[in-house]
Write a protein that binds this ligand. Structure first.
Ligand code: F3S
Length: 374
């Protein structure tokens, strides 16, 4: 990979050992994927934040880092709500470690907004290059916002944030952004159906680039759910939803292919994977209107969105539901080993493996109904 003079200086350690190590990671990646050069990035987003997932080894790794990121950088969700951790039943030893992790990131100049929807805080420009590591955010950035990012790991996104560049390969290049399989759904889909569709399609297409034709155009929230599901059961980082089938391979699905919904008597109902938008919170408040929550109902969103939706959240919490920020049902220890009902294809996939939780999926209305009728 070609490096310019400045890149060479960083690699030689002239800007310190931490940036040197970061450049070594980027050069190794560039060599593996035969990148021609490094390109500047607009922003970075780093996964590997919850103490539940990175543990003491992750905290130790972060403690050795000094210096500062060179582009705006945000974090993925951590293991608890920064203020409501007691309510979540998180113990103090976890809190101490979690806050130490956040402090380490903040010392590197990172904005400790912990969310998988960083695009609600600041949407990237179309065609901008990013280094994001949350798979659902990668999918949304590439597919809905028209930006360009690979599915980075936490360390490579952090390395890119420190250097301000990423190797030019994968989804940064036009030739890798061409759809190669068409998915036809000639039946109406709404709301959580898109998460279920993503769950099903991801298992079939793995890491390909699907293009969808829908009966009616999905909303951005529905595309978010679709992308999150495909990113979890497959490794889809880019899809198209606005094209007629142009590929030679076409997959036709019918309604029965999405028949993964079930009802149950879960310990807890959790919504907000990925983190809820304002319109999703508004819909949840509408569905809860006039009801009282009888079974624990938790709703995950970003602090940025929550601060802008205070009256909607008051309406939700008046029914007995809890809105939490900075965290989610998968990366928090609060939901481990509890049977869970979700409205998200991604949480449905990860609940059993990452939370040891018996997990079922329903529509948003089905989840609210289950929470209100224990
Ligand atoms: Fe976000 Fe957690 Fe789902 S990070 S995409 S809410 S698994």
């Amino acid at each position: 990979m070609h490096l310019n003079r400045n890149d060479e200086d960083i690699l030689a350690g002239e800007l310190g050992a931490v940036k040197q190590k970061a450049m070594e990671i980027l050069v190794a990646l560039g060599d593996i994927y035969e990148a021609e050069r490094l390109i500047p990035i607009e922003s970075a987003q780093i996964a590997g934040v919850s103490y539940k997932t990175i543990g003491d080894a992750g905290l130790e790794y972060l403690s050795d880092l000094t210096g500062s990121v060179t582009v705006p950088t945000m974090l993925n969700p951590m293991g608890m709500d920064r203020y409501k951790w007691r309510q979540m039943g998180i113990d103090e030893s976890f809190v101490e470690k979690q806050l130490a992790i956040i402090r380490r990131y903040e010392l590197l100049g990172i904005d400790a907004q912990c969310t998988c929807t960083p695009y609600y805080v600041k949407a990237p420009l179309r065609e901008s290059h990013l280094s994001w590591s949350e798979s659902s955010a990668v999918s949304y950035a590439n597919s809905v916002l028209g930006a360009r990012t690979n599915r980075e790991g936490g360390p490579s996104a952090l390395a890119a944030a420190l250097v301000g560049k990423t190797p030019l390969y994968g989804y940064h290049l036009d030739e890798n952004r061409v759809p190669d399989i068409s998915i036809k759904t000639d039946f109406p889909l709404t709301g959580a159906d898109f998460g279920a569709l993503g769950y099903v399609v991801g298992k079939i297409v793995h890491s390909r680039v699907p293009q969808f034709s829908f009966v009616t155009p999905p909303s951005d929230d529905e595309l978010k759910a679709l992308g999150a599901g495909m990113a979890a059961t497959g490794a889809v980082a880019l899809f198209y939803a606005d094209k007629r089938a142009t590929t030679s391979e076409i997959l036709e699905l019918d309604r029965s292919d999405l028949d993964i919904y079930s009802s149950s008597e879960p310990d807890v109902v959790v919504l907000g994977c990925p983190h809820c938008s304002r319109s999703e919170l508004t819909e949840i408040a509408r569905l809860l209107e006039g009801h009282t929550v009888e079974r624990p109902l938790w709703i995950c969103t970003s602090r940025f969105v929550a601060e802008r939706c205070r009256s909607v959240i008051s309406r939700i919490e008046a029914t007995g539901a809890h809105v939490i920020c900075d965290t989610c049902m998968i990366v928090s220890p609060a939901f481990e080993k509890r049977s869970m009902m979700v409205n998200s294809g991604k949480a449905f996939e990860y609940g059993p493996s990452l939370c040891n939780s018996h997990t079922v999926i329903g529509t948003t209305a089905g989840c609210i109904n289950t929470a209100c009728n224990a």
